[in-house]
Design a binder for this molecule. Structure first.
Ligand code: PEP
Ligand code: MN
Length: 350
C-alpha cells in the first residue's frame, strides 16, 4: 500500500487535483482524511504522477497496509491520547492499575483508593470479563459499571474497562473513560468497527498469537471508523515456552515505535502470571520506551475471583512506583506522582 500525505494547507481543489493525478496509477484509492490518501500500486508510478504538485508532502510505501496507524515521516513520533486529563504518549509515563475484575463494592472502592494513594493515574477493572472457561467468574456486568462509577467519583481517577460484546459498547462507553478491547477480541472485527464509531480512547490489547501487522490492522479498523484515539497494549503472546503465562514481547514496543504513531503501553501482569514477576517486567517495559503500563492490583489478592496469582497487593504498587522512577528516567521521561498520598475516607457501608 502507498500513502500520500498532503499539506495541511491543501485546498479542496488541490485535493481533487491529486485524486485525478493518481486515479489510473493503482487501485483502491481512498481519502482517509483531507490530508491522507492511500492506494495499492507501484510506488515509482504514483510518485511520478504526482511530480511537481506542491500540495504533496510525502509519497511512501506503507508495508503493513495501515496508512492511519503508520508512523509517516513528517508526523510526530507519537500522537498522544488523552484520557480525561491524563496524557498517554506524552513525556509522562502513565500507570494504570486496579483489579482484574470488579467483584464487589468493598473490593472495588478499597482497591481504587489504594491505587490513587500510590499515585497511579488511571483505574482499570473489568465489569465484563472474557473468561477462557464458561464456568469462570464472568464479571458483574452492569452492576460492575455502577461500582466503577462510584470508584471514579471517590478517587477522581479516570476509568479503563473492557467491552466484550458489540451489544454492550454504548453502555460501557458511557460509563468509563477508556474502552478496552481484550486480547481475545483483537480480531473481532464487528466489535472493532463498533468501537471505531466512538469518539473516545480505546485500549487495544495484542491478540494471543497476533503479529505486529495483524495488530496494527486491527487498530486500523478502529481508526478507519474515525476514532483516532487508539492506544496499543502489549500483554504477552503465546510461544513454545510454558515457564510463564505468556511471553512478554518487549521488542514489539521498540519496533512499534518505528512503525506507528499510536502510543504503546505494556501489561506485565498477564504475561507474568505470578506477582513476583510483575515488577521486573514493568521496569523493563519502562526502560524500553513504553508510554506506560497497566498492572493488576487487589486490596487482598488472596480472595481475588480472577487472576489472583498475578495481582499485586497495593503495598507493592507503591514500591513499583518508586522503582519505576529511575527506569522511566532512563528512557528520557518522567513519572508524575500525583495526586498520590492524599488520604481518602474509609469505604463504608460495603
Ligand atoms: C484483562 O486485562 O483483564 C484481560 C482479560 O487481559 P487480556 O485481554 O490481555 O487477556
Ligand atoms: Mn486479568
Amino acid at each position: 500500500m502507498i500513502a500520500i500525505v498532503l499539506a495541511e494547507s491543501c485546498t479542496p481543489a488541490q485535493h481533487q487535483q491529486v485524486l485525478s493525478a493518481v486515479q489510473f496509477t493503482g487501485s483502491g484509492l481512498r481519502a482517509h482524511t483531507p490530508h491522507l490518501l492511500s492506494l495499492s500500486g507501484d510506488l515509482d508510478r504514483v510518485t511520478a504522477a504526482l511530480d511537481g504538485l506542491s500540495q504533496v508532502r510525502e509519497v511512501t510505501a506503507v508495508p503493513s497496509g495501515c496508512p492511519r496507524a503508520a508512523r509517516l515521516a513528517g508526523r510526530d513520533a507519537t500522537t498522544p491520547v488523552w484520557v480525561q486529563d491524563v496524557e498517554i504518549g506524552g513525556p509522562g509515563f502513565v500507570v494504570v492499575a486496579g483489579p482484574c475484575s470488579v467483584e464487589n463494592r468493598h473490593q472495588m472502592l478499597t482497591t481504587a483508593q489504594e491505587v490513587r494513594a500510590c499515585g497511579a493515574h488511571l483505574i482499570r477493572a473489568g465489569a465484563f470479563k472474557p473468561r477462557t472457561s464458561p464456568y469462570g467468574f464472568q464479571g458483574l456486568g452492569d452492576a460492575g459499571l455502577g461500582l466503577l462509577a462510584e470508584a471514579r467519583e471517590r478517587t477522581g481517577l479516570p476509568l479503563v474497562s473492557e467491552v466484550v460484546d458489540v451489544r454492550d459498547v454504548e453502555r460501557v462507553a458511557r460509563a468509563v473513560d477508556m474502552v478496552q478491547v481484550g486480547a481475545r477480541n483483537m480480531q473481532n472485527y464487528p466489535l472493532l468497527r463498533e468501537v471505531g464509531r466512538l469518539r473516545m480512547p480505546v485500549l487495544l490489547k495484542r491478540g494471543l498469537a497476533a503479529t505486529l501487522d495483524e495488530w496494527l490492522l486491527a487498530a486500523e479498523y478502529v481508526l478507519d471508523g474515525g476514532n483516532d484515539q487508539v492506544v496499543l497494549c502489549e500483554r504477552g503472546i503465546r510461544t513454545f515456552e510454558p515457564g510463564y503465562r505468556f511471553t512478554l514481547d518487549l521488542a514489539a514496543v521498540v519496533v512499534l515505535k518505528e512503525r506507528t504513531h499510536l502510543p504503546v503501553i505494556v501489561d506485565p501482569s498477564h504475561a507474568a502470571g505470578l506477582r513476583g514477576r510483575v515488577v521486573p517486567l514493568a521496569l523493563a517495559a519502562a526502560a524500553v520506551g513504553a508510554d506506560g503500563i497497566i498492572v493488576e492490583t487487589h486490596h487482598d489478592p488472596s480472595v481475588a475471583l480472577c487472576d489472583a496469582a498475578q495481582a499485586l497487593p497495593s503495598s507493592e504498587l507503591a514500591g513499583l512506583m518508586d522503582r519505576l522512577e529511575s527506569a522511566v528516567a532512563s528512557a528520557g521521561r518522567f513519572l508524575r506522582r500525583s495526586p498520590g498520598d492524599r488520604a481518602l475516607a474509609p469505604v463504608s457501608g460495603a
